[in-house]
Design a protein. Structure first.
Length: 254
């Protein structure tokens, strides 16, 4: 059974004090996680020790980094290697978020290297894909997303690809309040799964969790997550509000 995941992407938000209090409030709220559900907090790197201290040992709750460097070590001032995150207990890493592709010019080939680096140390990439508005308006979102997946992931072996979590995030829905309809989400998630099935086989494709991201909130999460090929969400803005994120966790399929 595929993992159902609610992943919080805090991006570059919150003071240390606010992060501390948000985690405390979330832990104090009522949520129930079954064995195939997980909650992931992608916090700013500097708050990882805080998150580890608060969340370590909590069943089905994990901490993620929002990016890493593709090299294992070396003269890359300001960067953090995947193995460094692993050494402090962080084994999930978001890769290729559209903000990193756009503002930091991350390319598919760089993302291929990052994905391999994360898998090589046994950690889990949360690989983001998704089209801008112009592509959606032209109706070519399927081939656009397919190219992102092929260029960055298809060199990976079948036994490794099942460890990758995919996050489909239409750029026009990120932080805009505009959400894809549940039908639009299902349509492209099914397409993404079919792309993996064509390359790796249906059995492998069926094991890959595909999260939806883009203005997920308490009020739309249940409907979006109920779609057969949507396995949870990557949540930005609403993950910073306790009641919102708690409701989103509770909207996961069991
Ligand atoms: P949003 O962000 O929920 O604020 O739209 C999602 C994301 O960028 O991961």
């Amino acid at each position: 059974m595929r993992k159902q995941i609610a992943a919080a992407n805090w991006k570059m938000n919150l003071s240390h004090h606010e992060a501390d209090s948000l985690l405390d409030q979330l832990l104090a709220t009522e949520y129930h996680l079954s064995s195939n559900q997980a909650v992931i907090f992608a916090v700013p790197a500097i708050y990882i020790p805080l998150a580890v201290q608060k969340l370590n040992g909590k069943p089905n709750i994990f901490i993620a980094a929002q990016n890493c460097h593709q090299k294992a070590n070396g003269a890359y001032t300001g960067e953090i290697a995947a193995s460094m995150f692993a050494s402090v207990g962080v084994h999930h890493i978001i890769l290729g978020h559209s903000e990193r592709r756009e503002y930091f010019a991350e390319s598919d080939s760089e993302l291929a290297e990052k994905t391999e680096a994360v898998l090589a140390i046994g950690s889990t990439p949360i690989f983001c894909c998704g089209e801008p508005l112009s592509i959606r308006e032209a109706g070519t979102q399927n081939s656009f997303v397919e190219a992102q997946l092929k260029n960055a992931l298809f060199q990976i072996s079948a036994d490794q690809i099942v460890k990758v979590v995919i996050a489909y995030e239409p750029i026009w829905a990120i932080g805009t309040g505009k959400t894809a309809t549940s039908e639009q989400a299902q349509e492209i998630h099914a397409y993404i799964r079919s792309v993996f099935a064509a390359h790796y086989g249906q059995n492998i494709a069926d094991q890959i969790s595909i999260l939806y991201g883009g203005s997920v909130k308490a009020s739309n999460s249940k409907e979006i997550f109920s779609q057969p090929d949507v396995d949870g969400g990557l949540v930005g803005g609403a993950s910073l509000i306790v009641t919102e994120f708690a409701a989103i966790i509770n909207a996961l399929k069991s």
